[in-house]
Design a protein around this ligand. Structure first.
Ligand SMILES: NC(=O)c1ccc[n+]([C@@H]2O[C@H](COP(=O)([O-])OP(=O)(O)OC[C@H]3O[C@@H](n4cnc5c(N)ncnc54)[C@H](OP(=O)(O)O)[C@@H]3O)[C@@H](O)[C@H]2O)c1
Length: 251
């Protein structure tokens, strides 16, 4: 059960090596979280991440999870929920892709969409259903400002996040009144391994800042948070810019 401040006792991270996910886990463990499940593709990085959280005093378990294998989600995630209540699920998996390469290789582009969007649909529905059965819990979805308006420079990733964001909004409405909260997180550029080597965009932020925003959002029972907060205003302006103008922006 979450405490009065919305901090979960148990946390499931889908995308167990995500830097944003792990920063969130560290923050939650420092508050109250005792049990952490890291769901991800089996790797040394996943085990190292689990060991790192164990040194902070949490009971950490790993479970195989591949966003690209939606047929397995019900069984694998069902096993996690069968072990005990999960107070918070963080949907943190995703790939950025390589826009130029993916435009020339449609199957690679489809893989980005299948990971970020359709993979999240099956995992999101399975988790939301399990949380609903419990009667409580939060599903926190890492969307992106990239989904708010598709940019020439990354519209394959952006469109997958637009789909994810829209799905999460609808799921939040479906969960309304059930005791389950769906919170959408829309970060701008975050310095993590996903963006390593890329040129930073204005208002670049860190995994720790996203983790803090998640904590505050849970406390306030927010439906959506932008990181940094100023991104909300920026994106609101960008969304309404006429296309001929938007095209000329160096974004
Ligand atoms: N970094 C940013 O600028 C930024 C901005 C806005 C939103 N976001 C979103 O925030 C989330 C976390 O990003 P991050 O910055 O923490 O990136 P990250 O450190 O690169 O983490 C990405 C995670 O996705 C996992 N993943 C990729 N494909 C997968 C698959 N098929 N099945 C299961 N897991 C898979 C990776 O696991 P492996 O270890 O197996 O590869 C890794 O755990 C993503 O959804 C991302 O789109 C990031």
């Amino acid at each position: 059960m979450k405490d009065a401040f919305g901090i979960p006792q148990s946390l499931l991270i889908l995308g167990g090596t995500s830097e944003i996910g792990l920063a969130t886990a560290r923050r939650m463990i420092a508050r109250r979280t005792r049990t952490v499940w890291l769901a991800g593709r089996p790797s040394l990085a996943l085990e190292t991440a689990a060991d790192g959280l164990r040194t902070l005093g949490a009971d950490v378990r790993t479970v195989d999870f591949d966003a690209l294998d939606p047929a397995s989600h019900e069984e694998t995630l069902g096993k996690v929920f069968a072990e005990g209540d999960i107070d918070m699920v963080l949907l943190a998996f995703g790939v950025l892709g390589d826009q130029a390469r993916d435009e020339a290789a449609p199957l690679a582009a489809v893989r980005v969409a299948q990971t970020n969007y359709t993979g999240a649909i099956s995992a999101g529905l399975v988790c939301a259903g399990a949380l609903q059965t419990q009667g409580h819990g939060s599903l926190v979805v890492l969307s992106s400002v990239a989904g708010e308006r598709a940019r020439r420079a990354n519209f394959i990733y952006g469109s997958s996040k637009a789909g994810l964001d829209s799905f999460a909004q609808g799921l939040g409405d479906a969960m309304h009144g059930t005791g389950v909260q769906v919170m959408i997180v829309r970060p701008g550029f975050v310095r993590s391994k996903m963006t390593a080597g890329l040129e930073e965009t204005p208002l670049a932020t860190t995994p720790d800042a996203v983790a803090l925003a998640i904590e505050l959002g849970l406390r306030r029972r927010s439906e959506a948070v932008w990181v940094p907060g100023a991104m909300r205003v920026v994106m609101s302006a960008l969304r309404h810019l006429p296309r001929p103008l938007f095209r000329r922006l160096p974004v």
